[in-house]
Design a protein around this ligand. Sequence first.
Ligand SMILES: Cc1cc2nc3c(=O)[nH]c(=O)nc-3n(C[C@H](O)[C@H](O)[C@H](O)COP(=O)(O)OP(=O)(O)OC[C@H]3O[C@@H](n4cnc5c(N)ncnc54)[C@H](O)[C@@H]3O)c2cc1C
Length: 427
Amino acid sequence: MIRPFSADAAYAQDLPTRAAQPPLAGEQQCEVAVLGGGLTGLTAALELARAGVDVALVEGRQCGWGASGRNGGQALAGLAASMDKVEAALGVAAAQRIWAMTLEGLERLKRQVGEFGVDCELAEPGYVYAALNPAQLADLAAWQQKAVRDYGYDGLTLLDRDGIRSHIGSERYVGGAYDANEVHLNPLKYTLALADAARAASVRVYENSTVERIERGAAPRLVTARGSLRCRSLVLAGNAYLEQVPELSRTILPVESHIIATEPLGERVHDVLPTGVAVADCNQVLDYYRCSRDGRLLFGGRAGPLVTQRAEHARERMLKVFPQLADARIDYAWGGYVDVTLNKLPHFGWLAPNILFAQGFSGHGLALTGLAGQLIAEALGGEPERFALFEQLPMHRLPALPGLRPLAILAGTAWYQWQDRLSARRA
Ligand SMILES: Cc1cc2nc3c(=O)[nH]c(=O)nc-3n(C[C@H](O)[C@H](O)[C@H](O)COP(=O)(O)OP(=O)(O)OC[C@H]3O[C@@H](n4cnc5c(N)ncnc54)[C@H](O)[C@@H]3O)c2cc1C
């Protein structure tokens, strides 16, 4: 028996111990093999198994070990990039279809929490997009009008300074937008519940089985240190943690994000987030936060430059928003790689007629991964149309130069921070 997740994340604190799934050993076969036990891979596996397909999933550590079990827990509609970007690439009608599918992903997550019968600490008080300056507030107002007009979405309510103050105990924001449909939860509990559902649907799950080599061809093969898995079709769902496929890693920058959890705040929660909403500010390099069910503030954002001072750096950012928490103890600190593409649009596609992938949700994957898994199952089941729509989104690739990725991460972060400064000056 092992604890399924590193103990530094607040999410793991009250998890029961779980039996590890066996590693892949010997020569195995299946119809569809899935690489990666995060939300994308597990959803695809579950949906395929429900359709009667023989599925096996191979995970290098434990299910939920990647971004899916360590993220901010904020489940959102839409994509990380604006719908303007989608419209510019594919036209308004395609953008409308994609938007509607993202709502489907969000509803799917809420429904599944009920179906799994596991307490994933789902909280439904809504979500606040917090504007740091008038230019950001103007952008939110424009999107709110466009959402109603072009997407038939009336879930957003604009907030002025007093309005946002009723949700967030901070003087930092000039206003914002409130979305009553968006939710937050404990993402590790949700991912592990999904893993249990996949196993119950007869998915064979192999853990502690890092895939060292992927053989392509008529019958693709995943090779680990102790075994191999041959299949008819292969799903690659290793996202920012997958290093063995250059065609995929060249479109993703694994950007580190860091989260801290305060001690339980007791009654002070009401001075911080009185309505219980989850929040992100409107910067490109943003702060995001919410309170957990046991009353801790979970505050995340870009990881600081020094590995040894990441928690301190996150705490400094938290105190800029909530100076009243200067005496709050920090109980947990952890980080993970966010799956950021160069244009913040998700990256779906086929590497070969029998190998497909979905990745690059750009920090917006908690709900979207469920949709991705569903679309993968549809595509392998002979209905590729909805997957194909995402596949058409434009994607930029880094040149294949060794050592370029870390430099690209630094340059990309600096570029987005510069844009945030420009937006503040525009105000
Ligand atoms: C700190 C942080 C905060 C975030 N906050 C939010 C948020 O609040 N809201 C939101 O919507 N999104 C958020 N995200 C993004 C979101 O978590 C991801 O988009 C989503 O979880 C991606 O899921 P996935 O299944 O595609 O990838 P992952 O969950 O990363 O799963 C990939 C799995 O593949 C396995 N793997 C990789 N390579 C191999 C190999 N060679 N062999 C075997 N296994 C392998 C890994 O071990 C991993 O378990 C955040 C991400 C991070 C890191």
